[in-house]
Design a protein around this ligand. Structure first.
Ligand SMILES: *Cc1c(COP(=O)(O)O)cnc(C)c1O
Length: 370
């Protein structure tokens, strides 16, 4: 069977010096087999200065994503997947497990932090390794056995307060269609599970993964949502747009999560270009996440005040649909906390003083309920 998705042109770019036929280029499994792990070679290909790579999280980049990185507009994006010496600096407030997930792991693959919703860690594999990964401690360590899965599904089945299951990892779309089908089927058979979400980076990292066969599987389990990790407008290639189009046509509402990263997307122009670009491919910006204090990530962290100023500048500049909620995931657990810029200047019990985005202050009459 031909496992290509039929939406990509399937032309392997000549300049990446990777011996792949057009058919291999369009096949997601073949992309993964050809994933790059030699940081010095990739630095050379991208014209980055040589550096001793850090060994904590191995490099992994699909040939497709390398081709994205080759575009000159993608220069800021390169640091997010190519290892650098800066990762060896460990800040005083950095942790292996910044969100204290291990403490909230009710079984090997379920993280239950909030009432009503859980994270199901379905696989420890990803198509590319983000250098700022919150779960780098866990990635590629052989977690998620069949037994872990069964225990996780049983946990969800036994707690009728769980209405929302977010399948994550790792990247759930690293699994074969049949395995994903099995998991979705098990979760859908639980009456109290109302919505299922899949968290993935595939439309950005490996859009070839969005095949007609995958869509056939996903379509059976509505309401199914997808939350996609996007970082920079240069990821929004024609292949990526086609993949998101197929998912949207299959009835899957698409949302985006973006990590705010220093020198990558921490300015009004690049963030606005990404958020508006996402709307054009039918993806709704959902969260802008502060970079978690995972060890060796301090070179990526942006002050929250700066993040708030950027979000503030988006209000009044672009469509409201393009503005994500700015969130900090509480260190040690407790969940995500909104740290939105405030437009409220004050309240005296009868009048609110409100910033109107044009630099003016408006008064809104609103006496306290007595
Ligand atoms: C992010 C997260 C969720 C989902 O949170 P939403 O704010 O509903 O998107 C659920 N569980 C855990 C542990 C999470 O980190």
């Amino acid at each position: 069977m031909d496992h290509t998705n039929g939406t990509t042109t399937g032309q392997p770019p000549g300049h990446t010096a990777m011996a792949m036929t057009p058919k291999e280029w369009a096949d997601w499994r073949s992309q993964l087999r050809h994933a790059l792990d030699d940081a010095s070679a990739v630095r050379r290909l991208l014209g980055m200065p040589p550096e001793e790579a850090c060994g904590r999280l191995p490099m992994k980049i699909t040939p497709y994503y390398l081709d994205v990185l080759m575009q000159s507009e993608a220069a800021p994006l390169r640091r997010t997947v190519v290892p650098s010496q800066a990762e060896e600096r460990i800040g005083p407030e950095e942790y292996e497990d910044p969100l204290g997930e291990t403490a909230h792991q009710t079984s090997a693959c379920v993280v239950h932090t909030y009432p009503g919703k859980v994270l199901f860690l379905a696989t420890d594999q990803c198509a590319v390794h983000c250098r700022y990964c919150t779960r780098s401690r866990w990635l590629g360590h052989g977690a998620c056995s069949e037994r872990d899965w069964q225990a996780g599904i049983e946990y969800i089945r036994s707690d009728s307060t769980i209405r929302d299951v977010l399948i994550s990892g790792g990247d759930p779309l690293m699994m074969e269609d049949a395995r994903l089908d099995e998991l979705l089927d098990a979760l859908r058979s639980i009456a109290h599970v109302e919505i299922i979400r899949i968290g993935t980076k595939m439309p950005a990292a490996l859009p070839q993964r969005i095949t007609p066969w995958l869509l056939e599987v996903l379509k059976k389990y509505h309401p199914l949502w997808m939350v996609i990790h996007f970082t920079h407008a240069s990821e929004l290639t024609p292949e990526c747009a086609a993949a998101c189009g197929c998912l949207a046509d299959a009835g899957i509402p698409l949302a985006a999560q973006t990590v705010l990263l220093k020198g990558v997307n921490d300015d009004e122009e690049s963030l606005c270009a990404l958020m508006e670009g996402l709307l054009k491919i039918r993806v709704r910006p959902y969260y802008l996440l502060q970079c978690d204090p995972v060890i060796g990530s301090s070179h990526f962290r942006v002050p929250i005040r700066k993040g708030q100023a950027i979000i503030r500048s988006l209000h009044g500049r672009t469509t409201g649909l393009a503005i994500p909620a700015y969130m900090v995931d509480a260190p040690g657990g407790g969940g995500k906390v909104p740290v939105m810029a405030s437009f409220v200047e004050g309240y005296d019990g009868t009048h609110w003083q409100l910033n109107d985005c044009q630099g003016g202050i408006k008064t809104y009459y609103d006496p306290e309920d007595t």
